[in-house]
Design a protein around this ligand. Sequence first.
Ligand code: F6P
Length: 537
Amino acid sequence: MILIDEIASISRQWNQTLTSLFKGDPGRASRFVAEGAGLRLDYSKHWLDSAALTRLFELLCTCDFFEKRASMFAGNRINTTENRAVLHVALRGDSTDNFIIDGSLVMPSVIQAREQSYVFAEDIREGIVVGATGRPFTDVVNIGIGGSDLGPLMVSEALKPMIDGPRPHYVSNLDGAHLHDVLASLDPQTTLILIASKTFTTQETMHNAHKAKQWISSELGETAVTEHFAALSTNEGAVRAFGISDTRIFGFWDWVGGRYSVWSTIGLSLVIAMGSKIFDRFLSGAREMDRHFQNTPADHNIPILMALIGIWYRNGFGLDTQAVLPYEQRLHRFSAYLQQMEMESNGKRIDQNGKPLEYHTCPVIWGEPGTNGQHAFFQMLHQGTMVCPIDFILTANSIDTDHESHSLLNANCLAQAEALAFGKSTDEVYQDMLADGFSDSEATRLGSHRTFPGNRPSSLIMMDALTPESLGALIAAYEHKVFTQGILWNINSYDQWGVELGKAQCKALRPSFDSGNASQFSTSTQESLKWLLEKKY
Ligand code: F6P
């Protein structure tokens, strides 16, 4: 409380604009920059000066941030409501790392699980492991939801040019249309199904898994399930009960949160599609960001800066949303991925001691790639009544050779950040309109409509190109941002009790769709059910 009060009190003294900041300090563009793990964060276009930043950095000590960061890396059980360690950083570790949980080194089992999944993936890629009819696998369907879907799906889109093995497909939604549409174009003889579920109890995933099992059984016979299925899960018993053999279970651990699991065997579809060398590069990028986060002083530490900037706007200025806008089409699922990572982690209203919070936590995270967004919601970003801080993500090079498209794309990105920050005054609009031949009365009438208020903040997160390494580093940077914000907000970022009530209600309500009786539910639900059943054919 004291900490967030302090942020609010610093922000109350804030009276600068981005224009005045740049005018008063032309050097800020080169100073308000942090680099690490192949990323460059330009945070010069934020409502910050050195004095405000210094006070924000001081807050890190107030909340024992540095001790808590060490505690996470030390494998302590920082997920207190589930009594679990939070050690996804070990998933990108190597044999020289000494991650420990409960006195035991974890890297031997991490490396063993990784190697086991790599051998399986490479055998599939080389046609050594084949389907029931002896044909090599051409397609892999990952059935999972949330963290067991969004990470691998997002990465497979981001690194599409590196796919040279069986094509990955992702089915998450309970809506039967999702599985139907994916399977419609696939040949069961050459399709491998991965059931990705940490718990192996998730309703959507198990429902789709059983339907996929029926698809394989009815096309190739029941015995084909052995060859055509594998599971990525921590629940070996449930996987066996489903009918998947032990050699096809690729496990991980309860200290890997679902939304932090893309680095684990949950990434198997990626290894099959791109090969273990590419996946290793992805892990190494994240590892580099882990080291940057652990070792770089706060004033040059990318995740810490991202976290403080986010909290500054959320708790200092009451801004409700944060946009993430990649100028990189292949990152088109990145915002969706971040929505789970940030909002499921930090969308909390209870502090570490079980007390209701008196301040806001996670803002709404949203976004779409540029330039598409420019023709949709940018109107609001430029001239709407609410200010929304933005993370622009851009690359110096495209993986493809089309330099012209890429230069134009990046020109758009920098131009948008510039226009948002510095705007265009009514007087400038008026003068330009006169120069364009408008009459004085027209220029006066339209002036305010054409004015850009500016002072709309954004970060530029830049990298050489969208490579496995830079993507790994980018994801890890956001993971550590989320961790840092969780510490400042004094919440547990690693549980997700908020998803439970809806699940339980659904379980209780499903029989009402057969009986027509939902009397234990609200009249609104009863009336809606009645309407749905009346219209059903
Ligand atoms: O939505 C809740 C959640 O538990 C997420 O945290 C998780 O990523 C998702 O469901 C899927 O869970 P599982 O991998 O156990 O199927």
